[in-house]
Design a protein around this ligand. Structure first.
Ligand code: C2E
Ligand code: CA
Ligand code: CA
Ligand code: CA
Length: 280
């Protein structure tokens, strides 16, 4: 028994060690990635369900590692948050999105709005607003074309501070979206206190839409109704098939985003999609 305990301990120790090593490896590579500009943004269209027109895009971070190839956010965002690198990375993302807003305006694509994901660590930085404002001014991007995606958990952490920050962004004309709606803190009362423009229904609910009788279908329907009553636009995330689309249309969901229309693509491909005006 003693022998086995020892093996377990060794196995555990080894696994922990491996994780720590992997972490360390990603962290040091992230530092280099920032200096060597190995990041890029991909864009995924959001589609108006009344006319199938593209209303805007979500910017999604990609890391092009010289040896590892394309690294998905799941592998590095959490680590970047823990070591604080998400702050300079997030500033890079915001600046790049603002530059892209200007590029698309110069390419005469009218009023493309870009949604940017903001992590809890970024949002809690004291100078988050000042930095965002400086980036908007420096790039000349129209604040009305910028949308910030924040999760419920981030917003609820410190309600007073969140309300104050959101009000300042609203005054600039920046739009606010609640990301992954339904998965976080489920107090709905704050929704009417915060100046929220958009609710993004989390893809876990959308994935499980299975007709009117389904529980998740009922949740999606309820969120759509609530958004309508609060005068917020409701976007369904992760829409992959026609059945989901039909359900969302029947419930008069405003917009949808997902592989059914397009995967996230690079800026050039996204621009080509604007040319056709219609996704899928
Ligand atoms: P998210 O904000 O919920 O973004 C949506 C994710 O769902 C994206 O994954 C997108 O590619 C994926 N997706 C879109 N449509 C479909 C679909 O039809 N089916 C399925 N299965 N997936 C779909 P991605 O790009 O890997 O990003 C994962 C997460 O990483 C994001 O989740 C977001 O939380 C985070 N993230 C991405 N970019 C940034 C960034 O610039 N800053 C920060 N802080 N976080 C980011
Ligand atoms: Ca998002
Ligand atoms: Ca989401
Ligand atoms: Ca998510």
């Amino acid at each position: 028994a003693k022998e086995r305990g020892r093996n377990n301990y060794q196995f555990f120790h080894q696994a922990m060690n491996q994780r720590a090593v992997e972490r360390q490896l990603i962290e040091s590579n992230l530092r280099r990635a920032l200096e060597q500009s190995e990041f890029t943004l991909h864009y995924q269209p959001k589609v108006d369900l009344q006319n199938h027109r593209i209303t805007g895009v979500e910017a999604l971070l990609r890391w092009m590692h010289p040896e590892w190839g394309l690294v998905q956010p799941e592998r590095f965002i959490a680590i970047a948050e823990e070591c604080g690198l998400i702050v300079p990375i997030g500033r890079w993302v915001l600046r790049e999105a603002c530059l892209q807003i200007v590029r698309w305006r110069e390419a005469s694509i009218p009023g493309v709005s870009i949604a940017v994901n903001v992590s809890a660590v970024e949002f809690r930085q004291r100078d988050f607003f000042d930095h965002a404002l400086a980036i908007l001014e420096e790039t000349g991007a129209d604040p009305a074309c910028l949308q910030l995606e924040l999760t419920e958990t981030v917003l609820m952490r410190d309600v007073a501070t969140s309300a104050d920050l959101l009000a300042r962004f609203k005054a600039l004309g920046v739009k606010i979206a609640v990301d992954d709606f339904g998965t976080g803190y489920s107090s709905l009362s704050y929704l009417s206190q915060f100046p929220i423009d958009v609710l993004k229904i989390d893809q876990s609910f959308v994935r499980a839409i299975d007709g009117e009788a389904g529980k998740n279908g009922a949740i999606v329907g309820a969120v759509i109704d609530m958004g309508r009553n609060l005068h917020q636009r409701v976007i369904a995330e992760g829409v992959e098939d026609e059945e989901q689309l039909a359900f969302l249309k029947a419930h008069e969901c405003n917009e949808a985003q997902g592989y059914l229309f397009s995967r996230p693509v690079d800026a050039a491909l996204m621009q080509a999609m604007f040319g056709t005006g219609i996704a899928a």
